[in-house]
Design a protein. Structure first.
Length: 199
C-alpha cells in the first residue's frame, strides 16, 4: 500500500483522517473539491450488482465519463497519461491492477482469512473530497454471495522524506462473504473500474 500521510485508527484497520465531515467545497490538505456534477451521477449504493463480466463491462460502457485530467498530482499523475479500457482486469499475486479510471493494489489474491477481510487500496483517477469509493461484487461460482461496500476515508501519499507525493487513494479493510473468485466493480463519481479478485 502507498505510504499514508494522515492517519487515525479505525477498528483494526489503519485509516486516514476523515474528510467526509468537512463542509462541501472544502480544500483542506489540498484535496480537490467535490465536483458539482457528482450529485447527478448514478447512485452506486442503489445500482444493481453486475452478475457477469459481460454485464459489468456493459455497465462500464454506459457509466458517465468525465474528460477532465486526473486530480492526482506530481509523479502520481503520470500513470494516468494514457487511457485504459473499461474492461474487467484479473488480479495476479503481487501486482497492482488498472481498469478504466481505477488502479488498485494490496491483497488482491489471498487465501481464506478469519472474517474474510483483506487490505486493498483503491485509487480513482479523479479523487475528490466527499466522493467515496463504492465497490459492488458477486462470487463467480455462487451468485448468492454478493457484496456492497463504501469507503470514504481518502488518504494522501507520503514520500521517503516525509513530503506529500500528490497521490490520493482509499485504503480499506475489504470484506469477502465467502472464498473464491469475485467480480467487483468500483466507482467513485464518474470513475469506474472492474476487477476479478481471488480470496
Amino acid at each position: 500500500m502507498p505510504a499514508v500521510r494522515i492517519l487515525v485508527s479505525l477498528i483494526v484497520v489503519v485509516m486516514p483522517m476523515s474528510l467526509a465531515a468537512q463542509a462541501p467545497g472544502s480544500t483542506r490538505y489540498g484535496i480537490p473539491r467535490r465536483p458539482a456534477y457528482a450529485d447527478s451521477l448514478p447512485n452506486p449504493m442503489a445500482a444493481p450488482i453486475p452478475r457477469s463480466i459481460g454485464e459489468a463491462e456493459a455497465e462500464g460502457a454506459r457509466w458517465p465519463r468525465r474528460p477532465e485530467a486526473t486530480t492526482q498530482r506530481g509523479a502520481a499523475a503520470q500513470e494516468w497519461a494514457m487511457d485504459a479500457p473499461r474492461r474487467c482486469a484479473t488480479a495476479e499475486v503481487g501486482a497492482s491492477l488498472r481498469s478504466g479510471e481505477f488502479k488498485i493494489g494490496g491483497e488482491l489474491v489471498s487465501g481464506p482469512r478469519p472474517g474474510g477481510q483483506v487490505k486493498i487500496w483503491w485509487k480513482p483517477m479523479h479523487a475528490a473530497d466527499s466522493v467515496p469509493v463504492v465497490v459492488r461484487g458477486v462470487s463467480l461460482s455462487n451468485p448468492a454471495d454478493t457484496l456492497r461496500q463504501l469507503f470514504k476515508e481518502l488518504a494522501l501519499g507520503e514520500g521517503p522524506g516525509g513530503g506529500a507525493t500528490g497521490e490520493m487513494f482509499f485504503p480499506s479493510g475489504f470484506w469477502f462473504p465467502a472464498s473464491g473468485r469475485f467480480l467487483v466493480v468500483a466507482t467513485s463519481g464518474a470513475d469506474w473500474g472492474c476487477f476479478i479478485l481471488s480470496h
